[in-house]
Write a protein that binds this ligand. Sequence first.
Ligand SMILES: [Ca+2]
Ligand SMILES: [Ca+2]
Length: 134
Amino acid sequence: MKSIILLAMTLVFSSLSIADGRNEGITCLSDDQWVKAEWGDRSNANQSQWVQATKSIPGTPANPSFDTGCLGRCGEGCGSDNGAGFYTKDCLDHDMCAFYDVEFGGAFDRDCGDEWRQAADDFTFGQACRLSSN
Ligand SMILES: [Ca+2]
Ligand SMILES: [Ca+2]
């Protein structure tokens, strides 16, 4: 019985993530690289946008406290190390999701929680994707 519940939960969680940008493992980005960001919003509609990693996100974020610098860096904005850090695809997808998100809720955010969780491995194990500050 336990295994059936576990299987059902796995199916529910995996189907929830289908409409969203997927977890792309830990995919490193390079300086100024053009990338098609992919994420799902609150209604789970697929969104995508071509953006340039390590740059600032053009335009005005939905939440004025959102730091638009250093796009694709795992962690908030350019951080205390002034732009150095891990730059990955899943962190970039989360940055773009958060850009359009009025409220931030980390792993449990209604809009960007799944993107946050997909970027957690990048944040933790992404040492190979480290770029120096520009
Ligand atoms: Ca990932
Ligand atoms: Ca989402």
